[in-house]
Design a protein. Structure first.
Length: 480
């Protein structure tokens, strides 16, 4: 029993020792935790103090800077401006017309806007007004776009003004009321002159003649009225040289009657702005188509290669019908086709244009087909070709050395072309245009080269010794 009591007592003692040790350990932990808390608090306190000192330093620096600016006369204007802006913004920040809520203003420029004038056109002639002006449309973006698409114009209001010089304001009309429109120039310097009336004879011009078939010839117009009245200022009337009726002949193919527009011109052919009464005149014009059939003649130029000559040329058309006025047709006896022989070196077929004389408007054909044959060149002497005298304007008598009246000509061509050649086919002559009585000279002898034949002529003797004296001698006429 006692032994059990001792064991229990011993166990209680051991427990008490353990509890004491545990309490000692808890105290040490608590002490360590307290130390750590104290150190952390000290660090936080130090950090806060440093932060507080920094903030105070920054505030003190800013305060010092503001004091320097506010109380320095050098920056007083800038400070005043800044305060005024802040004050304006603070007042208008919540207003419907606030700087930040105001609608964006746009501007658009339009160029060459027509300028109209309001004045008494029956009584006055206006000068000096520009025909166009530039405008600037200012307003809300959508309103500017709408206005720029409208058919507005610039107006010069001269109603009520009398004869003389005036400065008038130009204003924009028709662009709407929601925009502001500025006109450049804003003013115009104009002159009003009283109109008077003068009568002019009527002349004419055919217009669009390029649209008239070339086979037609226009007759002289017959006007309903041969005179017209022109109303303008005295200065303008003095500047008018003539008044023309412009007769449009587009597509006409026979006699016609139509109204022709009347236009006034100065001496330089410039249009003069004036009131013509009436503005048009009825005119009748006859349309004819005179024609004539003439031969087509070949004309050769240039030289063939040595030793070759043209033997023959065949054309697919020998005649052509030409259209022109009767006056021109009476003077035309032929038309030509030109051929440059220097381009030939063998038999060939080519197409060449017909050369129409001046004044001929048209022809039934414009080109011909040529079939060209070449051959070897031979020569033939033609003796006793008569020498003719031309242009003996001074009626001189001629004494020729040895009484020579003929010359020998050497003809070159193909054998076939020379076979039928005689002296009567050749024209040799001397020209007495500059001959003077009492003079003896060696005068040149000329021979015609017939461009329509394929034979070339060379004189065996190219000068003739002649003495001139007063008197009359029979003059042989050279065939033209």
């Amino acid at each position: 029993m006692n032994q059990s009591h001792q064991i229990i007592k011993k166990m209680e003692v051991n427990k008490m020792v353990k509890d004491k040790n545990k309490m000692n350990n808890d105290s040490e932990v608590k002490l360590e935790l307290a130390n750590r808390i104290a150190q952390q608090s000290k660090r936080v306190s130090t950090t806060y103090q440093n932060f507080e000192a920094g903030i105070f330093k920054i505030f003190r620096t800013i305060s010092t800077l503001i004091d320097r600016i506010l109380f320095n006369s050098k920056y007083s204007i800038l400070v005043s401006l800044g305060l005024a802006i802040l004050f304006y913004i603070s007042i208008n920040f919540n207003s419907d017309n606030s700087l930040f809520s105001r609608t964006t203003i746009n501007a658009k420029e339009l160029y060459n806007i027509k300028v109209n004038a309001s004045y008494n056109v029956e009584s006055f002639e206006l000068s000096g007004l520009p025909t166009t002006a530039n405008i600037t449309i200012i307003g809300d973006a959508s309103d500017v776009i709408t206005a720029s698409n409208k058919s507005g114009y610039v107006l010069a209001d001269l109603d009520g003004l009398v004869e003389g010089k005036h400065v008038v304001k130009l204003k924009a009309v028709g662009f709407g009321d929601n925009v502001n429109v500025k006109v450049d120039p804003s003013n115009a310097y104009v002159t009003l002159k009283k109109k008077t009336t003068r009568q002019f004879d009527l002349s004419y011009d055919f217009i669009n003649t390029d649209k008239l078939n070339n086979i037609y010839i226009l007759g002289k117009p017959e006007f309903e009225n041969s005179k017209v009245n022109v109303r303008a200022s005295q200065d303008t009337l003095d500047n008018i040289s003539l008044v023309k009726a412009l007769i449009d002949v587009t597509g006409v193919d026979g006699n016609f009657t139509k109204a022709a527009k009347l236009v006034a011109y100065d001496s330089s052919g410039n249009i003069v702005n004036a009131d013509i009464v009436p503005e048009t005149v009825n005119v009748s014009v006859s349309v004819t188509s005179p024609s004539k059939t003439v031969p087509i003649v070949l004309k050769t130029t240039g030289e063939l290669p040595e030793g070759m000559s043209i033997d023959s040329i065949t054309m697919d058309n020998q005649t052509v019908t030409i259209y022109a006025s009767d006056t021109v047709l009476n003077k035309v006896e032929k038309v030509t086709v030109e051929l440059d022989a220097s381009t030939l070196n063998k038999d060939t077929k080519i197409v060449q244009p017909i050369v129409l004389p001046t004044g001929v408007n048209s022809s039934t054909i414009t080109k011909v087909n040529l079939d060209i044959k070449l051959g070897q060149t031979t020569s033939k002497e033609i003796e006793h070709v008569d020498i003719m005298y031309i242009n003996n304007v001074n009626k001189l008598s001629l004494s020729v050395l040895n009484n020579q009246t003929t010359v020998t000509v050497i003809a070159y061509g193909t054998e076939a072309n020379l076979a039928q050649l005689t002296k009567d086919d050749i024209n040799a002559y001397i020209d007495l245009q500059n001959a003077q009585a009492g003079v003896t000279e060696d005068i040149p002898i000329y021979v015609d080269q017939n461009s329509t034949s394929f034979v070339k002529y060379v004189l065996k003797q190219n000068k003739l010794n002649v003495t001139y004296s007063d008197g009359s001698t029979k003059e042989d006429k050279k065939d033209e």
